[in-house]
Design a protein around this ligand. Structure first.
Ligand SMILES: [Zn+2]
Length: 62
């Protein structure tokens, strides 16, 4: 398992849990006998698997 370096300002997307892109079987079979799949990007992170951390979560009132 390769460690995936993540930027400090990014966090794992909560919608896809970091997968970002999913392959879904279309139900069709290709000429070579394999099942046809289509890739779908996560709507939240657009396939990145991470989302930018919301700004000003750790705000301090001075
Ligand atoms: Zn996502």
């Amino acid at each position: 398992m390769m460690p995936r370096p993540t930027a400090p300002h990014a966090r794992i997307c909560r919608d896809c849990h970091g997968f970002g892109r999913a392959h879904i079987a279309t139900g069709l079979t290709r000429p070579d006998g394999t099942r046809d799949t289509t890739g779908v990007n996560c709507q939240t992170c657009h396939g990145l698997g991470t989302v930018a951390r919301p700004v000003a979560l750790v705000g301090s009132r001075a």
